[in-house]
Ligand binder design. Structure first.
Ligand SMILES: *[C@@H]1O[C@H](CO)[C@@H](O)[C@H](O)[C@H]1NC(C)=O
Ligand SMILES: *[C@@H]1O[C@H](CO)[C@@H](O)[C@H](O)[C@H]1NC(C)=O
Ligand SMILES: *[C@@H]1O[C@H](CO)[C@@H](O)[C@H](O)[C@H]1NC(C)=O
Ligand SMILES: *[C@@H]1O[C@H](CO)[C@@H](O)[C@H](O)[C@H]1NC(C)=O
Length: 812
């Protein structure tokens, strides 16, 4: 009985971990310091906790809000970021003393700049937490001097540096979402710096218009004359789940000036709705992390404005994953113009309003409305419908990455079509660049931005400059949005499917699309190399033409030696495959290891040529050719007769080092003496490599196409740790089960002997289910310990399951 449930449990576990759960993999990876991605850093010992980034209109100056300072950085130079000016703005000794007397940690008492916005052409408006007593100030953007006495910052900036807030200045007025008290439990969305007939406005905080929100972002849609706020909060309408978090979009009208009697100095146009990032029949990704606006293409209506957001889940089932959803402005508008929920004050239950509509909540221009109408909008602020994502589906799901920040850009490709490109920062410090295609998201590349986990981050995309700024705890990093020159060949340039990059057939380089008027070759949608690169002659089909047979790296072996041939992947999305001329690689003789290498025992039949092919997106290219030959003289077998060809390649790809092992590098004596060329790198463009069959266009001065791919790094392979753990757990379960059953049987037999019962059936070792369970798993050995002692490996269905990529020492 227990076995059945165990089995079903294991089935569930295995389903849960099934590889269909993997999301898009970054095609190539640039580790920190890789030459393919030149990162420019600005850091200074007295600059820390970078929180806010503000880019000047011409993109030449980056203003940075950090701890106790506002900096102006000169970012107009390609190769360096320099400090242009610095404004120190820190609390006095007395302020700090008071802060720590209130029981706050000294490290949280500095002035953390949390609002940094252009007020007008000459001034910046900035607010900071200022020792748990927020302040705001006007800063001259040229001279970086404070021009007026600091303002009070209550309602404009949080007290606590760990609370999130959002702020935007439109037409000289500051719109903010933050908490407005020391304790942090009075959240408000408010307007400040209003002049004349326009008064400062805020939310009526007695009404529960907000429920413990975390503010994420705010944006203005000029055509609508509305400001939209994005945040997450407790979804009180879902009272059946404890503390269910929902993501929200809320709106207010810029024209709002509050009511005349009802809702005086309060918003008359506030409304909020749920943003639902959820696929059918799945738990929602309910916690919004970041959101960015994609303005409509030129000539398209404002209704086509899209908002791309990162969402994570509050439930542990989906922990560590994140989803991207996009929402259309027209959908948000139609939800706000629909029905609203109403709160029953007695039962505290939300329900869809059934009474007659007295006014349209969320409508602009209600300030002259009747008290009756304003009372109605005061109570009806939660839209009944939820805003669903575009296409009612998730744009992208990443099971293994938690994204924290994103930026979105529309990129015009070589075919003049627009593609949406997302820049996604992972919590572990990688920037992913993904292009959204009909077939789903394709992650073109990932760039490592920092090594240590960075608690405070901000992301700023500068489209005209083609760079992204990341604010980390220690400073600012600038990353170019693309570097097409890392793709040396037409196939690589096409397979990247990067809308920024196209192949220039005349000069045979991969170049930025926007940098040239020459028609370029590109296929973002399909990445079809055969079509796109067809103008260049391809001769890779003559793989084993007899004249070329001498080509390839020579591998000298003794008979009965275990040979291991390496094959470098051309990208993380490629699949390696081995071939021999006129011969099939029988699984009885050859072991395909997980890293793509091939292992076999040298026998007269296995001597000869081997070719490693890499297939990506149904395009095949030759990655390595080996010629395995018997050594002429047969020296006595060494203690570990394993020949590894191209063995140095693995570690080379794992590190970000440049060219490897030049001729002058010392080579161990023993290795030199041996005729085995085991250390030779098949990627090194040697004369043999040049002769080997491949794209002829590459036999130009650039040399081999493989040899020039060094900037592309594949530092992290797939991780099977989870699977390993589950399999081990199952194994242990099986074994203990087996032992239990054996003990049980043994005892039964003992008992049957002592009690002398004629009717006992002979040696029934359990129910059919139990037997099935024993057979179905790998516990083939009677003695459970034998499996752990590592002898002979595990045998499952007759195949070796040395999945760690190591060859068992015993010959096969
Ligand atoms: C682009 O890649 C090339 C080739 O690896 C490298 O030399 C160059 O510095 C890179 N440029 C940038 C801006 O990263
Ligand atoms: C400031 O940075 C330090 C170091 O990275 C970090 O430990 C601290 O939590 C940060 N403080 C705030 C308020 O973010
Ligand atoms: C910008 O605003 C500041 C502060 O209100 C003011 O002193 C300054 O004159 C304004 N500048 C312009 C160009 O309007
Ligand atoms: C609101 O009403 C006042 C007087 O009742 C009028 O002067 C004003 O023009 C009205 N405003 C709008 C925007 O309709």
């Amino acid at each position: 009985m227990g076995i059945l449930s165990l089995l079903s449990l294991s089935v569930v576990l295995l389903n849960f971990l099934s590889p269909s759960e993997t999301g898009p993999t970054p095609r190539v990876s640039f580790s920190l310091g890789s030459p393919g991605r030149f990162l420019t850093r600005f850091s200074s010992p007295d600059v820390s906790n970078t929180t806010t980034l503000l880019l000047s209109e011409d993109g030449d100056v980056l203003y940075v809000g950090s701890r106790d300072a506002v900096l102006a950085l000169d970012v107009s130079h390609q190769d360096a970021i320099t400090l242009k000016g610095k404004l120190d703005w820190s609390p006095s000794e007395k302020d700090l003393e008071q802060c720590s007397m209130k029981g706050k940690k000294m490290s949280d008492c500095p002035n953390f700049i949390r609002v940094l916005q252009f007020l007008n052409s000459s001034h910046i408006y900035a607010c900071g937490t200022f020792a748990f007593s927020p302040r705001c100030t006007y800063i001259n953007s040229e001279t970086l001097t404070m021009s007026l006495k600091p303002d009070e910052g209550r309602g404009r900036c949080p007290y606590d540096p760990y609370q999130r807030n959002t702020a935007i200045i439109v037409d000289g007025e500051l719109y903010t979402g933050t908490v407005a008290d020391y304790r942090g439990n009075r959240p408000v969305i408010s307007r400040h710096l209003s002049e004349g007939r326009r008064v400062d406005l805020k939310l009526d905080d007695t009404l529960g218009w907000l429920e413990d929100p975390t503010f994420i972002s705010s944006t203005v849609v000029p055509d609508e004359e509305k400001i939209y706020f994005f945040f997450s909060e407790v979804g009180r309408e879902y009272d059946f789940i404890d503390k269910f978090i929902v993501s929200r979009v809320s709106q207010i009208c810029m024209s709002d000036i509050g009511g005349q009697r009802t809702l005086q100095k309060r918003w008359t146009t506030f409304a909020k709705a749920q943003l639902l990032c959820q696929a059918d029949n799945e738990l929602p990704y309910n916690v919004i992390q970041d959101i960015d606006t994609l303005l409509p293409a030129e000539g398209a209506p404002a209704d086509d404005t899209l908002f791309y957001g990162i969402f994570t889940s509050q439930w542990s089932v989906n922990s560590g994953r994140s989803a991207i959803c996009s929402f259309r402005l027209s959908d948000i508008k139609s939800v706000f113009s629909g029905n609203y929920k109403v709160l029953n004050r007695d039962t505290l239950q939300w329900s869809t309003r059934v009474q007659e509509k007295v006014a349209n909540p969320g409508e602009c221009g209600l300030h002259n409305a009747s008290d009756n109408a304003l009372r109605f909008v005061k109570e009806n602020f939660l839209a009944d419908d939820s805003v669903r994502p575009v296409g009612r589906t998730l744009t992208m799901v990443s099971p293994e990455h938690r994204y924290s920040h994103l930026s979105v850009q529309r990129v015009q490709a070589a075919n003049h079509r627009d593609y949406t490109v997302l820049f996604l920062l992972t919590e572990s410090g990688y920037l992913h660049k993904a292009v959204l295609l009909q077939s789903g998201a394709h992650i073109i590349e990932e760039v490592q931005v920092f090594e240590q986990l960075q608690p405070v981050k901000s992301l700023k995309l500068s489209i005209p400059q083609g760079v992204i700024y990341v604010g980390t705890s220690e400073g600012v990093v600038r990353i170019p949005t693309s570097n097409c020159s890392v793709y040396w060949t037409c196939p690589q340039c096409i397979l990247a499917r990067d809308p920024f990059c196209g192949w220039e057939p005349n000069s045979r380089v991969c170049v930025e699309v926007k940098s040239t008027k020459i028609p370029l070759v590109q296929d973002v949608d399909r990445g079809n190399v055969e079509e796109a690169c067809s103008s260049v002659s391809l001769t890779h089909r003559s793989r084993f033409s007899s004249t070329k047979l001498s080509a390839g790296e020579l591998v000298s072996v003794s008979l009965n030696e275990v040979v291991r041939l390496q094959c470098p992947p051309s990208s993380r999305l490629s699949q390696q495959q081995w071939e021999r001329p006129n011969s099939r690689l029988s699984p009885d003789l050859y072991l395909h290891l997980e890293d793509g290498s091939l292992s076999f025992v040298a026998t007269p039949t296995t001597l000869g040529h081997y070719l490693c092919l890499s297939t990506e997106n149904s395009f095949q290219q030759t990655m390595a050719i080996y010629h395995v030959k018997q050594k002429s003289s047969n020296p006595p077998p060494s203690s570990h007769p394993i020949t590894q060809a191209g063995g140095r390649l693995g570690p080379r790809l794992l590190t970000s080092e440049g060219p490897q092992r030049t001729e002058s590098e010392p080579v161990p004596e023993a290795e030199q003496a041996e005729p085995t060329q085991s250390s030779k790198n098949p990627q090194t463009p040697t004369s043999e490599a040049k002769d080997s069959p491949r794209w002829t266009e590459e036999s130009g001065p650039r040399g081999s196409e493989f040899g020039k791919e060094r900037p592309l790094m594949w530092s992290r392979g797939p991780c099977y740790l989870k699977e390993l753990v589950v399999v081990s757990v199952l194994l242990v379960l099986c074994i203990s089960l087996l032992i239990t059953v054996l003990l049980y049987v043994f005892r039964q037999r003992c008992r049957s002997r002592t009690t002398i019962q004629a009717g006992t059936p002979p040696r029934d070792s359990g129910s059919p289910v139990e037997q099935e369970a024993l057979r179905g798993h790998c516990g083939s050995k009677r003695n459970g310990k034998a499996l752990h002692s590592g002898q002979g490996g595990m045998v499952c269905n007759g195949a070796l399951t040395g999945s760690n990529g190591h060859l068992p020492n015993t010959p096969i």
